[in-house]
Design a binder for this molecule. Sequence first.
Ligand SMILES: Cc1cc2nc3c(=O)[nH]c(=O)nc-3n(C[C@H](O)[C@H](O)[C@H](O)COP(=O)(O)OP(=O)(O)OC[C@H]3O[C@@H](n4cnc5c(N)ncnc54)[C@H](O)[C@@H]3O)c2cc1C
Length: 283
Amino acid sequence: MRLTPFEIHTPSSLAEAAALMERLGDDAVLYAGGTELLLVMKLGFAEYDHLIDIKGIAELHRLEVEAGELVIGGCVTHREIERSPAVQGGWPQIAAMIRGVANVRVRNAGTLGGNLAFADPHSDPATFLLAADARVDVWGPAGVRSVPMAGFVLGPYATAVREGEVILAVRVPPLPAGAAMAHRKISFHERPAVTVTCMVRRDNGAVTDARIAVGSVGLAPARLAEAERALAGGAPAERVEALAREECAPTEDANGAEDYKRHLVGVLVRRTADEALLRAGAA
Ligand SMILES: Cc1cc2nc3c(=O)[nH]c(=O)nc-3n(C[C@H](O)[C@H](O)[C@H](O)COP(=O)(O)OP(=O)(O)OC[C@H]3O[C@@H](n4cnc5c(N)ncnc54)[C@H](O)[C@@H]3O)c2cc1C
């Protein structure tokens, strides 16, 4: 494992970063925490002569509530998210999910923007943010596009971010009244093998809305519409679990065969649904 020499550029504005991307083209790549990028470069999977370090761009470090939504800038680290009083107070479920990402060394340097942009198929935030109905603000020289999480991850290592664009921020809406979320994962190696996030909303005891996102088992995180309908319609837990098992789309890899992953998805859907229902009941 050896890095080939490269030059680091340190733009202090998005316009400066865009000019560098334009000028350096395919020889350059954006660089935030480097926890993914330097690893793939060390392994020889990618080689760049220029790294554009975007951490000096102030707009990418926002972590605040705006018009009721949580805004997390592209260069905010996992550690900053989990320790933020705004996140702990208004979105404690995000703090809990992020606390389970990697280890403290990776969370200290790694950013939310880097996690989403890299689009490793084994991602906690990608699954969570899909169930949370979050959107990603993507900056480009022509302006800012708002991309729903449902259309953000296009497949392994592929996202809606186009050449010359930067993830500006992630916007997470508040949970509706009577709603709660739960996120769980199973990991055999460093990265998660299965990630499931469930959101349920109760009104006078009855479940009125449900979102279930499953990730890390296949090509991209996905919502499970049939299982969601069953959960929102008050179906028994066994039925929701069975539908989730059928509906998910796992692929075989080092974490296991398709059937095995289906089983794990069913178990985690049941557990996250139970947990979210309990929390929503107590809300
Ligand atoms: C040992 C280990 C364990 C891990 N475990 C987990 C886990 O349990 N769960 C989980 O979800 N993840 C896990 N990860 C992934 C981790 O979350 C990511 O490595 C981290 O968030 C990446 O952020 P970064 O800032 O270091 O990205 P970088 O390495 O700097 O960049 C990654 C890619 O994103 C691009 N990029 C970065 N920022 C932007 C931006 N703002 N706009 C556009 N493109 C951008 C870069 O060009 C590069 O291609 C693990 C990683 C490691 C190394």
